[in-house]
Design a protein around this ligand. Sequence first.
Ligand SMILES: Cc1ncc(C[n+]2csc(CCOP(=O)(O)OP(=O)(O)O)c2C)c(N)n1
Ligand SMILES: [Mg+2]
Length: 686
Amino acid sequence: MAFPHPPSVLGVRDLRAAELAQSPDEALQRIYAWMQLARITDNRILELFRQGLIRGTVTGGQGHEGFIVPLALLADKTLDVASFTHRDLGGHLIWGGHLCAHLNQYFANADSPTRAREGNIHHGDPANRSLPMISHLGAMLSTVAGTADSQRRLGRPAVGFAFFGDGCSSTGDVHETLNLASLLSLPVLFVIENNGYAYSTPTSEQFAGGTELWQRAAAYGIEAQALDTTKDVLHNARVLAAAIEKIRATSRPMLIEAHTLRLRGHAAYDTCDYLKPGESESFFARDSLPPLRRQLAEVHGAARLDALDAELGAFLEACVKVAIATPRPSPAGMATDLYAPPSPPLPWIPSIGSQIENRESQTENLNAAQALNRALRKILTERPESLLLGQDIGTYGGAFKVTEGLLPEFGRPRVLNTPLAESACTGYAIGLALNAHRPIEEFQFADFATEATTQITLNAATMHFRSGAACPLVLRFPCGGGLTFGSFHSQELESLFLSMPGIKGLYPSTPQDAFNALLAAYEDNNPVILFEHKALYRRGRAPVVWDPHYRAIWQPKQLRSGDFATFVTYGEMVQLADEVAAYFTSEYDVAFDLFDLRALAPLQLDAIRASLVRTGRLIVLHEGRRTHGFGAELVARLTEENFAALKAAPLRLASLDLPVPFAPELEQIYRPTKETIIDRIAAWMG
Ligand SMILES: Cc1ncc(C[n+]2csc(CCOP(=O)(O)OP(=O)(O)O)c2C)c(N)n1
Ligand SMILES: [Mg+2]
């Protein structure tokens, strides 16, 4: 549908710092026009919500324009990075796109920029570094930091703009990201939009010690100041221009606590009855838009301002008409858009190292940790967009020495020790991934990935579905038990993470598969969790070669053939299953089709289904706990289509539904062992 032509005053979306000094009236008129457009649009959206034409959580930015509009105008939209939040419609309008496109988002119609898969203000323009927010406040700060750093790594002097409210200032992500940004010297302007309330809760009930949030920045070594954005708009713009210029020049983070107003409550449905008598009126009395208009009317004449307002109003109405007339969204493509589409294999040098000589004959006897190390070295050597991050992965070489020797070879910017901040570091990696880098993040133990659950399962995993942007990220999970590491260092978390849509998962069980899996995960355009069983790291060496079919790791591998039952497993259990199968062949004269699943998401079950149709019996074995375990999904998927072929109830073997106990005697009872697996299968055979 054709979009109406915008008024000429909206033709300029930039403001240079020099203009504020040289032609302040002109600059202010531009600021006013965008502030007014943001205000009337927010007000109109509120009306449309009340008429039932717009749904969702309509959180207006009325009262925040005096700060977000000058900031967005001053940003360099060809370089900089932002993630606007629910008070920042003005920022979205200026960063790019036609007003119609933004309204289409609110109407969640067929032309919505998120294809109506997200509503409200959860859109962005990732191709132009406006990163779509997720609802989980605080999560986007580190993502902005990552994309800003990615720009710097590419030699572009970008500034990132990361916004959060007074309420959000209590989240752990704020602390983690401020610390990370200062530590890595990331060029980010952190802005606290302090409007005095988090939903209904005033700041006095959110944190102790008054409302001087900006003073906290000093503890992180970050320069900070407060700014009353309800006052002189020109002054605010100058302060913002100076801050942006300084960050651009120094690449140091900075924080501004912007005191703003929330003129219309938390959201469209907010009754605001928690406000004190007269409080709402006092907000409107401090609103910066009417005084700015009066000031400009004195300079340019009231008639000019009236004409400008009329022009903006007419444009808005024309755009609303377009958005209303646009058809409702189509479900087409929803399933296929869950993942970013595959790309052709990268042009790897056909060798397990990166030397071209001896490429044909090259075979090395490696354990799984060494195979992963070789793959990481190969990736760092051949792929300039790659980098590794994680705790103690530098000089120390990682808790399991998988990254040993990589820091001296590739240097700190590409092999990065991180602080204990799994959430911010994962958000930072997501930001890098959104801007053409391909980070590989090592979690010291898979268990600590729960600290980054929001980033992994909600930010990264949903990214392509909701925004169309690829998020190529490898998350290395050293997992599994049997090593007397106790509850918090031994878990199998595949069913927890992979129950969320949008993540891929590989679980190699041999050194060759570990090597192949890392390359395949690396070149995938989606977040991929690489499950690395810790007990397999040093289980023994096996020949590792360059395998041109490394992408076959996304398919299960059949290890044994037999017609008694189909036996599916993965990870460390593969070896046990193989021994068990050998035992049954020698003692009971029965043989199994044994499959190493290898890819846990997306599941590729065709070969296993075909086997099950032939054998009629199914055994599923894994180390993770039984209840809600991965085996439940496998059994359901494999049997629901082939129920008539079954000769027996499926057998599901897994760990006990308990935390992982510490002592070896207890852990042995907790986990499946060769003996318990044999007993259970023998009993099942009857
Ligand atoms: C981590 C998190 N917890 C809870 C919510 C639900 N919620 C949405 S907005 C909001 C209040 C946020 O207050 P503030 O950060 O001050 O921003 P404001 O809405 O005032 O601009 C809450 C509690 C959320 N979005 N994210
Ligand atoms: Mg607030």
